[in-house]
Design a protein around this ligand. Structure first.
Ligand code: CDP
Length: 229
């Protein structure tokens, strides 16, 4: 069966990564969470003290970009991809509210995007990849054979994120999460470099009222339609 490139973009916390991960596992494809890469750069910046009261110390971050190495390795038990920053497993550390509340300004920096997009394109060279993010169908893989743009209402997304954090013992107030979801939407859609937008040839999926199995089936049908034409 021919291998294709699958780009899944959309708003924050709409379950993109769950669907992308499941699909990749089912097809035997590589899954790359591009958001995890922006989160890893954010974690690195926090640790290095690049967030100052005057704003982000972009000069230091830019100088350090060649020292930031991000990779993914499968957890042998869960078979889930784990994010590594300079050899350290940071999968949990990049999912905190602290990182979530700082990631969008980092992802708005042109030099950060340039470096990460280059790495993402390299990872997708051999096809057989599912990548999720904000600019995958528009910038990273404009020629992807299957593009999906996922959304759901901000309230539903905040509720899902709330449950997800709670399950991990990192409970945060619902109102704070909702504010973060809305703020990131705003920054992601209004930044100058690669703003979040649906590619013209992407298929829209509003999963506000869909269960995970329903969504999985929907996605499988779209995939089948592409490969069997
Ligand atoms: O999991 P969630 O959808 O909340 O976010 P994420 O996919 O982990 O992405 C975190 C942040 O990284 C987003 O809010 C964007 O600001 C940024 N991002 C981006 O700019 N471009 C991408 N391809 C992926 C993420």
């Amino acid at each position: 069966m021919k291998k294709i490139t699958i780009a899944i973009d959309g708003h924050s916390s709409c379950g993109k990564s769950t669907m992308a991960k499941d699909l990749a596992r089912e097809l035997g494809y590589i899954y790359i969470d591009s958001g995890a890469m922006y989160r890893a750069v954010t974690l690195y910046s926090l640790r290095k003290g690049f967030f100052t009261p005057e704003g982000i110390d972009t000069q230091s971050l830019q100088a350090d970009m060649p020292n930031i190495h991000i990779s993914f390795r499968l957890n042998p038990e869960s078979q889930r991809p784990m994010t590594y920053l300079n050899g350290e497993n940071v999968e949990e550390a990049i999912r905190t509210m602290e990182v979530s509340s700082r990631v969008s300004p980092i992802a708005a920096l042109g030099f950060v995007r340039e470096a990460l997009v280059k790495q993402q394109q390299e990872m997708g060279k051999a096809k057989g990849i599912v990548m999720d993010g904000r600019d995958i169908g528009t910038v990273v893989f404009p020629d992807a054979e299957l593009k999906i743009f996922v959304t759901a209402s901000a309230e539903i997304r905040a509720r899902r994120r709330y449950e997800e954090l709670k399950a991990k013992g990192q409970e945060a107030p619902y109102e704070e999460i909702l504010a973060n979801v809305k703020e990131r939407d705003y920054i992601d859609q209004n930044r100058e470099v690669s703003p979040l937008r649906k590619a013209d040839d992407a298929i829209l999926l509003d999963n506000s009222e869909m269960s995970i199995p329903e969504q999985k089936q929907w996605l499988m049908e779209k995939y089948q339609a592409v490969v069997h034409g």
